[in-house]
Design a protein around this ligand. Structure first.
Ligand SMILES: Nc1nc2c(c(=O)[nH]1)N[C@H]1C(S)=C(S)[C@@H](COP(=O)(O)O)O[C@H]1N2
Ligand SMILES: [Mo]
Length: 526
């Protein structure tokens, strides 16, 4: 209060003006950063900072965030990062208006943080520093201009101090210019940012993907057996449509790689390093494979699994061409954004259809699922065999290099655990007492599903009927008929895999190598 009285120009208007200046500078910086990032096809400073937050967070925290926010964790993180930036700018604004040097120093400090985040991220190289520079330049210009106009507004108007002007009186011309300039900076920033986001989404990679016609497989599979679908309402379809396929990755924004710019390098413990581009890859023999992918984070009864017919090149063919040294027990694959994955070499070479996939269910891979090229390795959880946006494969030893999740406490070797799930009926469904259909899917990739059984209230096991499957690498639909007396019942399922091993009842959490236990569903018969 005393401060306001002493200073005729008033702390209050200065604070409001400062907040405006801060917000305008933040918007201008965001817009310039997004626009520059879109023009250079690199990630924006905001995304780089969000990525750095993920990378630097303890993995327990990121896992908790994924558990709480589910698939929206990326939106939450980017929104949160933007919010922190705006709040910081609004709080710093008043001081920046009073002392422009302080404002410029604050912009410089934030720019350094942004640059550090970009460098930490590795993915796009030094070009991603340019959007940070553009953002900083925009913010600095806005701060400098607004500080100048603000001083003019306070002193230039002379006889008319900001505070105490009678209501309805027109603001001094300099004050109006200050407001107009602030609004203009914010508006231009918003437009640039929106334009940048939109054009990043519709750039060359999207056009290239739309124009792409994948060749047919040299060794096409027969159509799926008719009996793959049991036709039970509510049962998970055998083939997961691409738009419904679960998505799990650490990428804050989906990489959009133009296939014309894609290359794959195979190096490390090999006789001849291999480098090939997309056209060269498509000229190699193409095969199809029906493979069910499962995420290690899937809970018992969870839905982080999906099945597709993949089109691609056998990784084993390429490894043989490269000549793998004995002792190279790990195929360490990396994505364009620096994520890594370690797959046992012996699994890739043991005859299973470990693919460098380019197609998924009859179309080019969707961007979200790894366009233009991803790995698909049957029998292991995704984090140890299905690198999306694949750009590099290094033959190495497990003893020498650790992949992304192995470094964070997850298993190094992670075969998919034998698992079954009840889809029908749903939890707490009310059914008519009497005969009831129970149905679901079961999987034991690369061992196959041999039998599924259902029990009611811990009684004896009833054998389920099994759908047909094209091979041992997919899940399998099953269906059983049970009798239910009136009342509440617990339905439980277990599967026997192709080696004769029965799914364990022992419960385990997803960390470190996948959940186990038997899925059960409670229903009410009446
Ligand atoms: N580049 C990259 N590839 C990745 C991941 C990732 O974080 N980055 N996650 C893996 C994990 S944990 C799983 S389960 C599968 C999921 O593949 P999908 O999103 O196509 O279902 O992708 C794998 N490939
Ligand atoms: Mo996963």
């Amino acid at each position: 209060m005393t401060a306001q009285k002493q200073n005729g120009t008033g702390a209050r208007p200065s604070r409001a003006g400062g907040a405006l200046a801060g917000a305008a500078a933040a918007l201008a910086a965001w817009g310039a950063g997004e626009a520059a990032a879109a023009a250079l096809s690199v990630s924006s400073p905001l995304v780089a900072v969000g990525d750095a937050v993920v990378d630097l967070s303890p993995s327990r925290l990121t896992e908790a965030a994924i558990a709480v926010f589910g698939l929206y964790d990326k939106a939450v993180l980017l929104g949160g990062t933007a919010l922190v930036l705006v709040v910081a700018a609004v709080l710093l604004g008043p001081a920046a208006l009073r002392r422009p040097a302080f404002g410029l120093a604050a912009v410089g400090g934030l720019a350094l943080l942004g640059a550090a985040a970009v460098l930490l991220r590795r993915g796009d190289g030094a070009a991603a520093l340019l959007p940070v520079a553009a953002a900083a330049a925009a913010a600095a210009a806005v701060v400098a201009v607004l500080a100048r106009l603000h001083r003019g507004a306070r002193t230039g108007g002379g006889e008319q101090p900001d505070e105490g002007a009678p209501a309805g009186e027109r603001p001094a011309p300099d004050r109006r210019r200050f407001l107009a300039a602030g609004a203009a900076a914010a508006g231009v920033g918003a437009l640039l940012g929106a334009g940048g986001l939109a054009s990043a989404g519709s750039g060359g990679a999207a056009r290239a993907r739309n124009a792409l016609r994948l060749p047919a497989a040299d060794a096409p599979l027969p159509p799926l057996p008719r009996g793959a679908e049991l036709g039970v309402r509510g049962l998970t379809p055998f083939t997961t449509p691409n738009r419904d396929f679960y998505r799990i990755d650490t990428a804050l924004t989906v990489p959009r790689i133009d296939p014309a710019e894609w290359t794959l390098r195979i190096d490390g413990m090999v006789d001849h390093p291999v480098e090939l581009d997309y056209d060269a890859l498509l000229r190699l023999p193409l095969v199809e494979a029906d493979t069910t992918l499962t995420c290690v984070s899937n809970q018992v009864g969870g839905d982080l699994a999906g099945n597709a017919r993949w089109l691609g090149v056998r990784l084993a063919d390429l490894l043989r061409e490269a000549g793998v040294h004995s002792g190279a027990d790990q195929v360490l694959s990396a994505s364009s954004d620096g994520w890594t994955c370690g797959t046992p070499t012996e699994l890739v070479l043991d005859g299973r259809e470990a693919l460098l996939a380019v197609g998924m269910n009859g179309e080019a891979l969707p961007f979200r699922h790894g366009f233009p090229v991803r790995m698909v390795t049957p029998g292991v959880y995704g984090f140890t065999g299905s690198t999306k946006w694949l750009t590099r494969i290094t033959l190495t030893r497990f003893a020498d290099r650790r992949a992304y999740w192995a470094e964070r406490g997850w298993a190094v070797r992670a075969p998919v655990k034998t698992m079954s799930r009840i889809d029908v009926p749903g939890p707490l469904d009310r059914l008519g007492a009497g005969p009831a259909t129970v149905a679901g899917v079961a999987w034991a990739q690369h061992r196959g599903v041999a039998a599924v059984e259902v029990s009611v209230d811990g009684g004896g096991w009833t054998e389920a009927g099994l759908a047909e499957v094209p091979g041992i690498d997919t899940w399998r639909q099953w269906r059983a008929e049970v009798g239910l007396s009136p009342g509440r019942h617990t339905l439980r399922v277990r599967v026997t895999d192709g080696t004769g091993a029965v799914q364990t009842a022992e419960r385990a959490d997803p960390v470190p190598d996948g959940a186990s236990g038997r899925h059960s569903v409670q229903v009410i018969a009446e």
